[in-house]
Design a protein around this ligand. Structure first.
Ligand SMILES: [Zn+2]
Length: 469
């Protein structure tokens, strides 16, 4: 207290001495929204050295100023499910308001190399899990490059295989993986006993298990029971696509587990189509499909709709396919639920991908908050920033400084126009950026300025667990 009084006295005497009270950046006159404290008021925000140092009604001075009048100022969005961890995807996601992005469902089998490959700064903050799927692929000898197409999915693991997987998952956690990833839908031969062994290791390290479950409602219930036995925190990815026509019941099961005191969370993305590897186990029954069903599948590389003939040909070679499988009603059931965090499940390969990679957050803010009014703006922000940060905090305490627009928080800040924000990316071109996201700061540095990407700005840092907390 005495320091601020003293410096204001000095300021009156000598203007140049005011440097001490000058921020690197001031965000002036925006509608500041913080889901944790409930703050929703016109305020000025002062940023210095990558942190938020002031949230105040008082006038404050900065080396640079952003006029945020008429705009919402809030914590940058945190995407727990983004497979595309490359520069193009980081640029697209930043333009959608995301400041931290994680690949936690599939993850990697080599945590140290994954982080080393991204050293030296990225557009947004980034992190990864050690993944049971890629670890199983390595141990069992699978030929696939992203998801299993051979023994990684269909091979029955011996005790020695399971022990080797357990070792590698433990090693990944020791290298700072922020979670452990699972995709039992992609590893049909992995027994729940094998999964439970890996859950126990995650629990030992305070890491959550992020899982793409198999087997619909009963598979979900079995996964929740297994997690309860292992006492591991559980995060169920994309309730919308795993729940499908039964999304409401899928969410009820998760809600009941929460009511029973179990640490289970979930997420959803706001699109009716999924996307995955055409050679994966999800399509094992394709030869028994009706002819019409192939037409709901779209080949990502060209945008063409498939036939029995082209599906079979592409499956033999592998690649990405979009599946138009769900109604708007199903998507709405997942997005309107207060239980789901918003996560993109984004993926881009050679500039082609799913529009959720670039439009997830602005689509929720534009379509579901503004146009349809099915979610309150503050609740949408809670599910885009605060809840994802909380999901990781047990394992990564520094996430306690993210997902909040508060003094002391990291200056990961998204500033958008709630009247105009909307997604523009499409199933034919997923590289079209969102509209209405005016400024995005990562660690106090602008990466989106006036709606445009700032060339060369790479303030994003690795987010990694301390292996010996
Ligand atoms: Zn995914």
């Amino acid at each position: 207290m005495w320091r601020s009084i003293a410096s204001s006295v000095v300021c009156v005497v000598l203007a140049s001495a005011c440097r001490g009270t000058e921020y690197d950046l001031v965000i002036e006159g925006g509608r500041v929204m913080d889901p944790e404290s409930g703050l929703d008021a016109v305020m000025n925000v002062g940023v210095r050295d990558g942190r938020i140092e002031a949230v105040t009604e008082d006038a404050i001075a900065g080396t640079r100023t952003i006029d945020a009048s008429g705009l919402v100022v809030t914590a940058g969005f945190i995407d727990l499910h983004e497979h595309a961890q490359n520069e193009l995807a980081y640029a697209l996601t930043a333009a959608d308001g995301v400041t931290s992005t994680f690949e936690l469902e599939v993850g990697t089998n080599d945590v140290a190399t994954w982080y080393a490959d991204r050293e030296g700064g990225q557009i947004v903050n980034y992190g990864v899990s050690i993944g049971h799927v890629p670890v199983r692929m390595a141990v069992m000898g699978d030929p696939g490059d992203f998801l299993p197409s051979g023994a990684g999915g269909y091979g029955v693991a011996s005790d020695a295989h399971v022990a080797e997987m357990a070792n590698r998952i433990e090693e990944g956690l020791m290298q700072g993986a922020v979670a452990v990833g699972f995709g039992t839908a992609y590893t049909p031969a992995a027994t729940m006993a094998e999964v439970e062994t890996m859950f126990l290791i995650a629990a030992d390290h305070g890491a959550a298990a992020h899982i793409h479950t198999r087997g619909g409602l009963s598979g979900l219930a079995e996964t929740i029971e297994t997690a309860a036995r292992a006492n591991v925190a559980l995060h169920i990815v994309h309730a919308n696509s795993s729940g499908g026509a039964r999304t409401a019941e899928f969410l009820q099961i998760i809600g009941r587990a929460q009511d029973d005191g179990q640490d289970v969370t979930t997420e959803a993305y706001p699109y009716g189509a999924g996307m995955t590897e055409i050679a994966s186990a999800l399509f094992d029954s394709w030869e028994a499909w009706t002819d019409e069903r192939f037409n709901t599948h779209q080949w990502v590389e060209t945008g063409e709709r498939l036939t029995r003939e082209t599906f079979g040909r592409y499956r033999a070679g592998g690649g990405l396919v979009i599946t138009h499988s769900r109604t708007e009603e199903m998507t709405l059931a997942a997005i309107a639920s207060p239980l789901t965090m918003i996560a993109s499940d984004g993926f881009m390969q050679n500039g082609r991908g799913h529009p959720r990679t670039s439009g997830t957050y602005s689509k929720v803010l534009g379509r579901y908050v503004r146009e349809q009014g099915v979610i309150d703006l503050m609740d949408a922000l809670r599910r885009m920033s605060l809840e994802p940060a909380r999901r990781l905090e047990a394992r990564v305490p520094s996430m306690g400084r993210k997902g909040r627009l508060q003094v002391g928080a990291d200056a990961d800040i998204t500033i958008f126009d709630s009247e105009t924000v909307r997604d523009r990316s499409t199933y034919m071109d997923a590289t079209i950026t969102s509209e209405g996201i005016e400024y995005v700061l990562v660690n106090g540095v602008r990466v989106i300025d006036g709606g445009e990407l700032v060339a060369g700005a790479k303030p994003g840092l690795p987010i990694r667990a301390n292996p010996n907390p």
